[in-house]
Design a protein around this ligand. Structure first.
Ligand code: AMP
Ligand code: MG
Length: 325
């Protein structure tokens, strides 16, 4: 079965072709800006501009024609509504052209499933840390459940916020990682509440210390050590509670080597195995949407009604039946 998957939840627009477990082609174009952050209508305009060229490229690279497509899948949510609409409209257009069934998939679930496929893990604890999201997830009792999550902003956005204040540019994560190599520990608020974490107070405190003259290297080092330790603690408890033997880290913050190192040593101490996911599949990508479409279609042959199809910008991972697992 050949599935064409479309990703358009936020900054990245992408299209991929998967034939069962094999990636045939993929192409993405990511919105960037020198000033400010993401303005959803402007990002949606970017997606509209790049979509036709990306479609042409993935078909040509895979030497596949539209007639050969058996299934179309797209990100139905969660995400920015104007961006989701661009993906939805293209998906409907292609489903009509190809007469293939159409499936709208959950973007977070797609992150988890591509992680499982690429690392060849069966039933891991998922540490999902992107710009907007921070959740510790595991599959229990027939569905994905969130065992811990941020009570305010996602860690990536928190690091980016500090970066904006400190003039590090966007995205700030890589720059913070670099500066942290020459830093020393300053105490910052360590906020774990039950299984949840909160990064807002830490960023405020780091901001205050920066204004009082603390060294940027020390703040970067301390932000990393504190935030990653909070997440390692919650992950450790999820591993123990669910009795899992594998941990995978996904989302853009997974690029951070120190974070991988901390999770790896926690796993070793628990007789569990840590699996980093290659960067190409950590962040937003269309391959995961195509794979999720195949998984779901093989599971229940469900397809969307093109006339009533809606996006779901606030769709949570724990709302869906993950019976294909
Ligand atoms: P995503 O939303 O999954 O595309 O991830 C983007 C986020 O990952 C941004 O907030 C980045 O600052 C963050 N990020 C990227 N590279 C790193 C890194 N090396 N260390 C920490 N955060 C990072
Ligand atoms: Mg994402």
């Amino acid at each position: 079965m050949i599935c064409l998957g479309i990703e358009s939840t936020a900054h990245t627009f992408g299209i991929a072709l998967m034939q069962d477990k094999k990636e045939l082609s993929s192409a993405t174009d990511t919105f960037t800006t020198e000033q400010g952050g993401m303005n959803p209508p402007i990002v949606a305009e970017h997606h509209k501009k790049v979509k036709d060229a990306l479609l042409k490229k993935v078909l040509e690279d895979a030497k596949v024609t539209l007639e050969e497509i058996d299934l179309v899948s797209f990100s139905k949510g969660p995400g920015l509504a104007p961006c989701l609409h661009v993906g939805k409209n293209l998906a409907i257009e292609l489903a009509e052209k190809t007469k293939a069934p159409l499936i709208g998939v959950n973007h977070i679930c797609a992150h988890l499933e591509i992680g499982r496929l690429i690392t060849n893990t069966k039933d891991p604890v998922f540490v999902f840390v992107s710009g907007a999201n921070t959740q510790i997830i595991a599959h229990e009792g027939g569905r994905y459940r969130v065992f811990g999550e941020t009570l305010s902003i996602g860690l990536g956005n928190a690091l980016d916020k500090f970066g904006r204040i400190a003039g590090l540019g966007f995205p700030a994560g890589p720059k913070i990682e670099e500066l942290a190599q020459n830093g020393k520990l300053i105490e910052l608020p360590y906020v774990v509440k039950g299984m949840d974490v909160d990064f807002a107070g830490i960023i405020t405190k780091a901001e205050q210390l920066l204004k009082k003259g603390a060294k940027i290297e020390d703040l970067c080092y301390s932000l990393q050590e504190t935030c990653f330790a909070m997440l390692a603690e919650v992950t450790e408890r999820a591993v123990a509670h669910c009795d899992k033997k594998e941990v995978i880290l996904i989302g853009g913050v997974a690029a951070n080597k120190r974070f991988c190192e901390m999770l790896d040593s926690m796993c070793k101490a628990r007789n569990c195995k840590f699996h980093p996911v290659p960067l190409k599949y950590c962040g937003d990508n269309p391959v995961m949407i195509a794979w999720q479409g195949i998984l779901e279609y093989n599971y229940n042959k469900r397809q969307e009604d093109l006339k009533t199809l809606e996006i779901n910008p606030k769709w949570r991972i724990d709302e869906l039946d993950a019976g294909w697992f």
